[in-house]
Design a protein around this ligand. Structure first.
Ligand code: ADP
Ligand code: MG
Length: 608
């Protein structure tokens, strides 16, 4: 029996559609490009269910005649070229004449359109590339196109659509990119009937940034005036040294006006911020690279989302240079100084710190560098010696350093086989032990203690209701991303809710975090959620919990510079003794250091 069958035209179209349309954001891109090609000055994008249910684009462009409207869904139907020569010359968007044909192969489309010189418009309903309804309607000049139930007839592809928030994020990022690329167009974005962004036409990208990122301060943005080097021109807007995010979501690159995702370009950008931004923090940036078209290949990706440069190094260098110059000009006097960052958090010391210690001539005991607890299973080592605090217990007294140190009700006798000497440099606790002088890093030690408590008291964590709830301002897009994951915070004793489109409210926190701003923790969590998108749901929850707890511990722990009295130091030491991973903090730094008696005596030449 013959095995080879020819697919029906419609089946073939459904397969071909996958090349152009893999997810809702691809449809959005094609529709927005068509509106821009049609000369629109105002474009509104309506999304429902992250585009799975509805993608609608309304523009005030040139519109289509009745004949064109009927024709535009046919394959290879385009008003933008007529020969292969044109195709080679054309330097605008993707495949020609295929977008609407492929979109209508996998969804239900309604098109309403009117040209300026007619009084009435036309409305067409198309399913499976066939016009099933056609009517004359009154409508404004321009085009209104609705794409419903994407992949309703391609279950295999529908199944591979990601979670709603992932698809939404793709659309939102794409919308941002269009807004930056075409600041002279008035863009609006709606989701589930609510307006998310309204960006009136402007001349500058920095105004766009403030329109889109509600809490971006225009003063913190620097314009790159245009660096011309070897026929490469770099322009754009970047954030200054005071602005930092925990994710790369505010980094956009455009090559010859085309939005591209390119890792090496963002690496070049970050290189420009070296010594300006702390490690693991990211700037906001919209960078426009313009380059001779023969030195860039835009055909390496079916939807032209990536590019390949003939000389990537030259482009990277130009970007790094442009960023460095812009930052230096902005802050010429400060840049080489030891800048303190308004948003800077505790940053783990550089990896060579351990080396420095080893370089001294003391013989330290080997630091048992356990794998970071962040990667460990939290129940790997049972932790039994801290009695759980009853559920719903609410502590209302003022949290002081004393309270922070007196972390637990101890039943077990602390290890008394040491003699506490004193605090050194307001950072280390000095202890005399039988085998030598022991230094404990008070912050690292307290971090470990609190981290273990947060893990242990996962279910019945002691919380405080805040008399003055903390309000946290964040972009609506970041809150959309966080909202389905708010349980990550409630699981850890932080009662967090959406308060407004761009505001969260913290009603309660664990007692140790009572006085501490949670802004950074919440912003950092947005970054972690983005990073962990490909993890399995179990892994996602586990990783996020561990990261959140480690940061909570870091925030709540006593800091270097806090003066501790004897009782507080003793409490801290005995609490640390009981921790299962007492040798390191949750980030993997050692909590203590032993200077052996033998070595000390050798150094004083008491012994040889
Ligand atoms: P292409 O954009 O490559 O020409 P499409 O399938 O995206 O192919 O669109 C087909 C044609 O439909 C376009 O060439 C244009 O003439 C017309 N068209 C599509 N969208 C619009 C719009 N929003 N306004 C006016 N004309 C449009
Ligand atoms: Mg098109």
């Amino acid at each position: 029996m013959a095995k080879i069958k020819q697919l029906s035209v419609h089946e073939a179209q459904k397969i071909a559609a996958g090349e152009v349309v893999e997810r809702p954001a691809n449809v959005v891109k094609e529709l927005l490009e068509n509106s821009i090609d049609a000369g629109a000055t105002a474009i509104a994008l309506y999304i429902e269910q992250a585009g799975k249910q509805l993608i609608r684009v309304v523009d005030d462009g040139c519109g289509m005649s009745l004949d064109d409207a009927r024709m535009c869904f046919a394959h290879h139907a385009t008003s933008k070229l007529s020969s292969v020569d044109d195709l080679i010359k054309i330097d605008t968007f993707g495949f020609r004449g295929e977008a609407l044909a492929t979109i209508t192969a996998v969804s239900h489309v309604t098109l309403t359109t009117k040209e300026a010189d007619t009084h009435e418009g036309i409305q067409l309903s198309i399913t499976k590339n066939k016009i099933i309804e056609e009517k004359v309607v009154p409508c404004p000049t321009g085009t209104d196109i609705s794409v419903k139930n994407i992949f309703y007839n391609v279950p295999a592809r529908k199944k591979f659509l990601r979670a709603k928030e992932t698809e939404w994020r793709q659309i939102s990022q794409l919308f941002h990119a269009f807004c930056f690329d075409y600041p002279h167009i008035h863009f609006k974005l709606f989701s589930e009937g609510k307006q998310v962004h309204n960006c009136p036409a402007t001349d500058t990208v920095s105004t766009r940034m403030t329109q889109l990122w509600n809490h971006t301060n225009a003063d913190q943005m620097i314009t790159i005036e245009g660096l011309e080097e070897k026929n490469i021109n770099i322009t754009g807007v970047i954030s200054n040294h005071q602005y930092a995010r925990y994710d790369r979501n505010q980094i956009f690159f455009f090559v010859n006006k085309r939005w591209v995702k390119n890792y090496t370009l963002s690496r070049a950008l970050l290189k420009g911020y070296m010594n300006v931004l702390p490690h693991s923090k990211f700037p906001a940036a919209c960078i426009f690279v313009s380059i001779a078209s023969e030195t860039v290949d835009i055909n390496i990706h079916p939807r032209k989302e990536e590019v390949q440069f003939l000389n990537p190094r030259i482009v990277e260098r130009a970007i790094t240079q442009a960023v460095k110059i812009a930052l230096e000009n902005n802050l010429s006097s400060h840049i080489k100084q030891d800048v303190t960052f308004a948003s800077a958090d505790y940053t783990p010391p550089p990896m060579n710190q351990k080396q420095d210690w080893n370089n001294t001539q003391f013989d330290f005991p080997p630091v048992h560098r356990q794998p970071s607890v962040l990667n460990q299973s939290i129940d790997a080592e049972p932790f039994t010696d801290i009695p759980p605090i009853p559920a719903n217990k609410t502590i209302t007294q003022q949290a002081t350093v004393q309270d922070q140190i007196q972390t637990t009700v101890e039943e077990q006798q602390p290890d008394t086989n040491f003699n506490l000497i004193d605090q050194f440099s307001k950072t280390y606790i000095l202890i005399e032990k039988p085998d030598g002088l022991f230094l404990v890093d008070q912050h690292a030690a307290h971090e470990r203690i609190l981290y273990e408590q947060f893990c242990k008291r996962f279910e019945d964590i002691a919380t405080v209701s805040l008399i003055f709830p903390q309000m946290i301002n964040l972009s609506p897009a970041d809150i959309d991303l966080l909202e389905p994951h708010l349980n990550l915070f409630t699981d850890n004793g932080i009662a967090l809710e959406r308060f407004a489109n761009d505001q969260l409210i913290v009603n309660a926190t664990p007692v140790h975090l009572k006085e501490i701003s949670l802004v950074e923790l919440i912003k950092q969590t947005v970054g972690w959620i983005c990073e962990q998108q490909s993890a399995t749901p179990e892994q996602f929850t586990k990783n996020l919990h561990n990261k959140i707890r480690a940061m909570m511990a870091c925030k709540a722990a006593v800091k270097a510079g806090d003066i501790l009295d004897k009782q507080q130091m003793e409490q801290l030491l005995s609490d640390l003794e009981k921790c299962p991973n007492k040798l390191t903090c949750p980030h993997g730094r050692p909590t203590g250091l032993l200077l052996r008696q033998h070595e000390i005596e050798k150094r004083f030449k008491r012994i040889v």
